[in-house]
Design a protein. Structure first.
Ligand code: SKM
Length: 289
């Protein structure tokens, strides 16, 4: 059996083993996908060296190591290089190639709306790697004229954007201004065709979650022309998805991105197409139980 796995920190929650092991069972492929919990960033270099030496066939990488792994790989795909983040490693006889399937995985469920999105502004909430993957996906697949990036901490967001080659498509906006009713910020949300939550806000069982912090924005601002995309997938129906549905907006659940990136990683490792409908059914069942 060949070994696949996920490296990250505190990742027992991950549904990636379920997704990939289900797909391998369905296709009778000789792989097993496991969790490699890595406690600190200084263990990444030896972990990658170990994966190379042991012939681990492939890895996913999740928070907080998507940029940490980059210097230890032999090759980067163009989209991984553009945002400096890797979520998929393929081991070809000791040669490690890094990819980023979050970008295309994010874009996949937006494809049916492509004609509507092109040329329109979109809003993304968050200042981490997930937000950057979404921004790059809009740039590559939908050419919106601009992305409004709503953040709480503009210093952190500016630091993140500093390393991003295409930062000129991003306009930094403050979440505070939205909550204090600043008209410019509100107009940006109202003009946006897609609203993306790339923060962990709304995730089940998060520490210190209060009534007012389960939503990234005042959902009164949502309207039926919006497409609301929540990257959070647990719970399946997040507070944002529920509010968006109530306002008549189209909604995309975080499981679509999770499945989208997984399907692309799976194909890079196995050369086979993931049986998406069956895997989605198993995942939904698991999240609802
Ligand atoms: O990019 C993905 C990663 O491949 C797997 C994952 C997970 O299992 O939670 C989340 C994302 O970071």
């Amino acid at each position: 059996e060949k070994i696949l796995g996920l490296i990250g920190r505190n990742i027992a929650y991950s549904r990636s083993p379920l997704i990939h092991n289900t797909a391998c069972d369905l296709l009778a492929l000789p792989y097993v996908y496991t969790i490699f919990n890595i406690a600190s960033a200084d263990l990444i270099e030896p972990a990658i060296a170990g994966a190379r030496a042991l012939g681990i066939a492939g890895l996913n990488v999740t928070t907080p190591y998507k940029t940490t792994v980059v210097p230890f790989l032999d090759e980067l795909s163009p989209e991984a290089a553009s945002i400096g983040a890797v979520n998929t490693i393929v081991n070809n006889n000791g040669h490690l190639a890094g990819y980023n399937t979050d970008i295309a995985g994010f874009a996949a469920p937006l494809r049916p709306y492509a004609q509507r999105i092109k040329g329109n502004p979109v809003s993304v909430f968050g200042n981490g790697g997930a937000a950057l993957a979404a921004i790059e996906a809009f740039r590559i697949f939908f050419h919106p004229c601009c992305v409004y990036l709503f953040v709480r901490d503009s210093a952190k967001a500016s630091a993140m954007l500093e390393n991003y080659v295409h930062r000129d498509i991003v306009t930094l906006c403050l979440i505070e201004e939205l909550f204090s009713g600043e008209s410019g910020a509100i107009a940006k949300i109202q003009r946006s065709l897609v609203i993306v939550n790339a923060t962990p806000i709304g995730t089940a069982g998060r520490q210190n979650e209060t009534e007012t912090s389960i939503l990234p924005l005042d959902t009164e601002l949502l309207h039926p022309d919006h497409i609301v995309y929540d990257m959070v997938y647990n719970p399946l129906f997040t507070p944002l998805i529920k509010a968006a549905k109530a306002s008549g907006a189209a909604t995309i659940s975080g499981i679509e991105m999770l499945l989208g990136q997984a399907a692309r990683s799976f194909e890079l490792w196995t050369g086979k197409e993931m049986p998406l409908e069956q895997v989605r059914a198993v995942l939904i069942n698991n999240l609802l139980s």
